[in-house]
Design a protein around this ligand. Structure first.
Ligand SMILES: NC(=O)c1ccc[n+]([C@@H]2O[C@H](COP(=O)([O-])OP(=O)(O)OC[C@H]3O[C@@H](n4cnc5c(N)ncnc54)[C@H](O)[C@@H]3O)[C@@H](O)[C@H]2O)c1
Length: 257
């Protein structure tokens, strides 16, 4: 049993994950802008720093697992989406890496999205300048590049950037003895999906997304995938982007591996 920090733990997938991990006997440290163990706004440098310091205190400087899942939905404004879903999501991984280095068989999971693949199928809606700035770590340039685009474009940039960074970190995190993977959920029944369904234009597109399994998933079905990636059964899984989307990626990008 270990100590596992989970961002976004106040709602949806990460709340289900926190419940699952507690049932499995782990100590869970929730981080969220809504009430939970540590309240922090991961969209700001101060909030990110507060989260890292507070987790270090509560965990006594040692973590066995970390899940970076806090995010805003694609119906929000583009600036906060990039700040939270990319820069905040990545910073917490970087800041807590030293704590994971002291953990037992440590593992981390970043929650990306099926939105990460959209630049492959709708390149005209991608924003390469914003993605490049994200990958360079230049938050100011990324925000400038996303200006004039909508929240959905920012969401797809952030989630693609996050998944690419997980792959880019494979060597350094592997050297440090920490497994790092990402999942790309498809359509999951959470408050975020409710927000999408409440947004005209977005609701129709998401409802029309092809899903070979023919249904959305409850958040518990993502929690079990993340729990697997955190645990010993995934001991040789590292740098993977796991599509947990009922098969949607197979239809949207049949030739991608
Ligand atoms: N629901 C889906 O269909 C779906 C699909 C693909 C990916 N995802 C991803 O799964 C993860 C969980 O999403 P969910 O569907 O459970 O959404 P959710 O809205 O239920 O939960 C997101 C959580 O992130 C927190 N959060 C938002 N802004 C924050 C900030 N600035 N600082 C700290 N915490 C903040 C929220 O308060 C909330 O508790 C997200 O990364 C999301 O992008 C969800």
């Amino acid at each position: 049993m270990g100590t596992i920090a989970v961002t976004g733990a106040a709602s949806g997938i990460c709340q289900a994950l926190a419940d699952r991990l507690k049932r499995d006997g782990h100590d869970v440290i929730g981080i969220d802008v809504q009430p939970t163990d540590i309240v922090a706004d991961l969209g700001t440098p101060e909030g990110r720093k507060h989260a890292a310091v507070a987790v270090a205190e509560r965990s006594h400087g040692r973590l066995d697992g970390l899940v970076s899942g806090a995010a805003l939905g694609p119906y929000c404004e583009p600036d906060p989406i990039l700040r939270v879903n990319y820069f905040g999501a990545l910073q917490i991984l970087d800041d807590l890496k030293p704590l994971l280095e002291r953990g037992r068989e440590p593992a981390a999971v970043a929650i990306s999205s099926i939105g990460a693949i959209y630049a492959d199928i709708l390149p005209e809606q991608s924003v390469p300048a914003a993605l490049d700035a994200c990958l360079r770590g230049d938050e100011t340039a990324a925000l400038a590049a996303i200006a004039g685009h909508d929240g959905n474009a920012a969401y797809c940039v952030a989630k693609r950037g996050l998944a690419l960074k997980v792959r880019a970190h494979a060597q350094t995190w592997g050297d440090a003895g920490i497994r790092l993977n990402a999942i790309c959920p498809g359509r999951i029944a959470t408050p975020m999906l409710d927000g999408i369904y409440d947004t005209p234009g977005m609701a129709e597109a998401v409802k029309a997304m092809p899903i070979p399994l023919g249904r959305s998933a409850p958040p518990e079905e993502m929690a079990s995938v993340i729990a697997f990636l955190l645990g010993p059964d995934a001991r040789y899984v590292h740098g993977a982007i796991l599509h947990a989307d009922g098969g949607s990626d197979c239809l949207l990008r049949p030739n991608a591996l």
